[in-house]
Design a protein around this ligand. Sequence first.
Ligand SMILES: Nc1ncnc2c1ncn2[C@@H]1O[C@H](COP(=O)(O)OP(=O)(O)OP(=O)(O)O)[C@@H](O)[C@H]1O
Length: 653
Amino acid sequence: MALVNPYVTYPKDRRNIHKLRDRFEVGRFANEQLNVYEKKLITDWSRCKTIGVDPGMRDGIVIPEDEFRIAVAHSSFIIEKAEPILQKVSNLLVGVPGILILTDNQGTILHIVGDSSVRMRAADESSLIEGSRWLESLAGTNGIGTAIAQKEAVHVFSNEHFCEGWHQWSCAATPILDPFTEEVLGVVDFTTFDKDYREDAVGLTYSLSGHIKAELRLQLELERMQLIHSYSDHSSRYPADGIVVLDRMGRVVRSSPGIDPDECDLFQRCRCEKEQPKMVQQVYLPGTEREIGSLLVIHRKKPVTISVPIESALIRCVATFGEFVTASENLKLIMERISKVIPSDINVLLIGETGTGKEIVANYIHAHSKRHAGPFVAVNCGAISKELFESKFFGYERGAFTGADPRGRKGVFECADGGTLFLDEVGEMPLEIQAALLRVLETGRFNRVGSEKEIATNCRIVAATNRSLSHEITRGTFRADLYYRLGVATFDIPPLRERPEDIPVLIQRTMVSLCRKHDLPPSNISEEAMELLTGYSWPGNGREVRNVIESAMICGGSSISVQDLPMNIKYSQKLPQEAISVSGAHLTAAQGRSPDSTGYRINANISQREVHLIITTLEKYKDIALACEALGVSRATFYRKCKAHGITPSDYI
Ligand SMILES: Nc1ncnc2c1ncn2[C@@H]1O[C@H](COP(=O)(O)OP(=O)(O)OP(=O)(O)O)[C@@H](O)[C@H]1O
């Protein structure tokens, strides 16, 4: 805001203004050479005349009391900040015959401080009191109204005022602007009798307005942060709906992607054509009763719900651990505990169903450990034949066996030297190999196949399994001593069905990453499709999410609807919580954990559904690898499930 307004920059001369006003009244200024200041006065007076302001006005317009109360409530946060500032300055202006005035953006006087005799005469002679309104359209050219109209600092002196009733006053005024939007929020005015006119008065209002604006900035920043926090919080609580948060002035601070605030009735007016919010909440400053804005939950119009890529609040409330994301409070705690053991270099065992993200957790451990500059070597123990185990793990010397690389080869222990060795599906390891692995873990040394020479190894082991190793120990298929060596720190990664809040999160993440991978435009997902996806039990966890979304995106283009989902999801029904936990127990049992020890029954319906799913997928793809991919399970899991259900895959290919 620059001090360039002619009301400020031109010297005040009552006689000249008087002459100009006479010529204005008889319309004799048309052909005259007027300077910028005179032109400005003529323009402003003409505007007042055109809109019908009475130049003979002697009393300001006072609004009804209840209207004034509303105006005060509406500007309470400005009053709160401005009042102490004006009071402090007024205390310093001892003996100065003037009053400091605060108004709202409608020119309503909210607060007056200063010389009591000036204040009294202003009230008596001009109704210049709290509750009077000074917009230019009501009171003609005047300090308050003209500062609002021109959004600039002004100094309206004596007979520069359009109405005769204010000619005895001199009013310096500066608008208070919103620190973020630069909209006028109110005005600071300094009024004296015209005989006490002080050129520096406008400087006073200018600096007061700047001071108030700075205070408001701090306050609004704080409120904005709180409003955004409420938005994030509600977005994760109502993932299927749209959220709009408004600040205390009713301005939109944030709205969910796909929700157009213009399409919504943000103030819930009756008989409104626009979308009515299904929930409205006031937002308060924490620990206070101070209302800082409101939050609206809006039912999303079908079919579009979630847009990708988005800066969604849901995503924002999600914790990320490298590639691993979760909105589940329980899983966040587990991940935090994992983070704590990373610096210690101890071996870590991760237990969780297929596709729960164990490998990305292992990667996270490596990337954040002191070994991060070393190699990360992942080995799927379930995919290596018994015969090749030794050579794969320990390497072999030249000519060790027929068909081997004639130059010899390093095993994974050597490859992972100085880094992390990730042993996936460690529960699938044959007993003989377990003994060899245990030896290496105990001694830190091994021999290549066909060599007498011992090699030292220096790697951290992160192992993963979807089996209950304690159950395997009781069955005698897993060595207890190896279990204790591997599982110095053991963590359970819960399946997706036990943390349904992660389903939309993984869907969104997957859509964003697939958009990037396939160079696709941002995609949407219909509400019905989203409902089916969130109600599904995801036996293949994150991997299955990826497969389903990838094929749906390829089929459905930029908008995924129910018809793009696979049959098993399309015809799945949301399972009641009880059934979901039974289903969990069933899958756990199938993976080797004891159903008896957990006391769960196997639900025959769910078992049947799994059988149906495996068979129809096999019949559709006629290929085990493709069927595994479509189901989102590893080959080992697939075979385990076939075995558990007595299915012979070759019967259906
Ligand atoms: N919480 C998660 N955050 C991000 N991606 C996830 C998450 N959970 C699973 N995924 C995704 O699911 C897929 C499978 O992840 P990963 O291979 O790490 O699972 P796993 O538990 O090791 O499976 P397996 O039993 O076959 O070893 C990956 O594409 C991964 O990106």
